[in-house]
Write a protein that binds this ligand. Structure first.
Ligand code: TXA
Ligand code: MG
Length: 352
């Protein structure tokens, strides 16, 4: 049985936090809210607890975990070399959604690092995460609390849907605020490299590390008006096939309209994740619409995205369509990355 404890983020009650901390200390698994997404927490130095995390998530063993600590001083036992940029980044972004990859110490189990000689660490800002870390007096390894390849959970209900009866406890602190995962930056290479775009935007990071590099690769753009080429690892994805349309607003809305008509002619049901401004044009196509918020407000889009992907699944349609966000405002790069990863590889017949 997975126990769900309601916790008020503005006033995390001591008893619930203490019980969750006790559970973690004893090798249990506790899902808890962070400012980004819900994490599945385990004692970061307890190998058996870590193995349970991989089993519960069905996560492949080669994918390393992020370690969460309460304050920057807590990273010391976990790393062997602290570059000068670390306190600078921490002063600007911690507590908060920046994950730093550093050289690991001997203490950090291979289960956390997947055998790498580095460890990923962050100090979360969410009051429940902070209260839990302080009460447990532990470093807590916590991947996102979803089953592997499913969208990350932004609500306790998402955690339950994926992990009920596989974990001991969920601290339900309501919806998370950001809705997308932390930015992961590798500080063991020169120049430092962003491995995963996320809640801390590129420009904010450049203000502290002007030379920061971005790993190219999956985030390549697709052809105008067509789904992005499917060379991407499927991740963060709904179970229903998701078709992503890249290009200008006009060309992608047009392509979505054509695709809906074609699919419906073939007897298929369709849902569209729609930006607020597109709703008027997309209504009347015979597709179900799910609101992603205003395209020019990526913060809102980010906070809705994963819930909308899950809602799309619940509709039971044959296919979900979405166009990629086109603004360059903060968080749009991370949203583009997640949509590309969630998208299904298109088959030639999809390219209507
Ligand atoms: O916002 C977040 O980061 C959330 C909350 C719960 O903190 N956590 C999260 O964890 O998204 P997870 O496990 O879903 O994603 C961790 C990412 C993976 O892409 C993993 O490959 C990368 O961090 N990572 C972890 N350790 C690493 C390391 N030593 N070197 C490179 N990448 C690492
Ligand atoms: Mg994850």
């Amino acid at each position: 049985m997975t126990e769900v404890l309601q916790v008020d983020p503005t006033d995390p009650k001591r008893e619930s936090i203490a019980r969750a901390a006790e559970c973690l200390r004893g090798g249990g698994l506790v899902a808890f809210p962070t400012e980004t997404v819900y994490g599945l927490g385990a004692h970061a130095l307890d190998r058996r607890a870590l193995q349970r995390v991989f089993a519960a998530k069905e996560r492949p063993a080669h994918d390393p975990l992020i370690v969460h600590v309460a304050v920057i001083d807590d990273i010391e036992p976990l790393v062997i070399d602290i570059p000068r940029i670390v306190p600078e980044l921490a002063a600007r972004f911690w507590p908060g959604p920046l994950t730093m990859v550093l050289r690991r110490s001997e203490r950090v189990p291979d289960e956390v690092t997947a055998g790498l000689d580095t460890v990923a660490i962050r100090v979360p800002s969410h009051p429940i995460a902070q209260a839990l870390l302080r009460s447990a007096q532990l470093a807590i390894a916590a991947p996102s609390a979803n089953r592997f390849s499913r969208p990350s959970p932004t609500r306790a209900a998402h955690v339950l849907a994926d992990l009920a009866d596989r974990i001991d406890m969920i601290l339900d602190g309501g919806p998370t605020t950001v809705g997308l995962e932390s930015t992961v930056v590798d500080l063991t290479q020169q120049p430092p490299m962003v491995l995963r775009p996320g809640a801390i935007d590129a420009d904010a990071l450049r203000a502290v590390i002007p030379e920061v590099a971005f790993r190219s690769g999956p985030a390549a753009a697709g052809t105008v008006g067509l789904p992005a080429p499917g060379m991407l690892p499927k991740h963060y994805a709904p179970a229903t096939p998701l078709m992503l349309f890249e290009g200008t607003r006009a060309s992608t809305i047009d392509a979505i309209g054509q695709t809906v008509r074609l699919r419906r002619e073939h007897g298929q049901s369709v849902a569209i994740l729609a930006f607020r401004d597109d709703v008027e044009q997309l209504r009347g196509l015979g597709a179900q619409l799910l609101d992603l918020g205003n395209e020019n407000d990526p913060l809102t889009v980010a906070s809705r995205l994963y819930a909308a992907l899950r809602e799309g699944d619940e509709l039971g349609v044959d296919v979900i369509l979405v166009r990629n966000i086109t603004t360059d405002r903060p968080l749009s790069m991370a949203i583009q990355d997640r949509l590309r990863r969630a998208a299904t590889q298109p088959t030639p017949s999809d390219q209507a």
